[in-house]
Design a binder for this molecule. Structure first.
Ligand SMILES: [Zn+2]
Ligand SMILES: [Zn+2]
Length: 65
């Protein structure tokens, strides 16, 4: 299956997942490593809340502001 990077439109292959691209943790869209961003998000833990860093597309950063 052929996919495209959400940000730059570059063609991505399924077998290259984790090598040249990842899925945005929020919208689940493929994003290449050139365009991926990392965002800290608060997660409810068993004893206390902690910050987890997740890969996201450019759009989620804009949405946060
Ligand atoms: Zn890209
Ligand atoms: Zn996204």
């Amino acid at each position: 299956m052929e996919m495209k990077c959400k940000t730059c439109g570059r063609a991505l292959k399924t077998e290259d997942e984790g090598i040249i691209w990842r899925r945005c943790e929020i919208c689940k869209t493929p994003v290449c490593f050139n365009d991926i961003h990392y965002m800290g998000t608060k997660v409810k833990g068993l004893y206390k809340d902690y910050i987890m860093v997740i890969p996201v597309c450019e759009d989620e950063l804009k949405r946060k502001k």
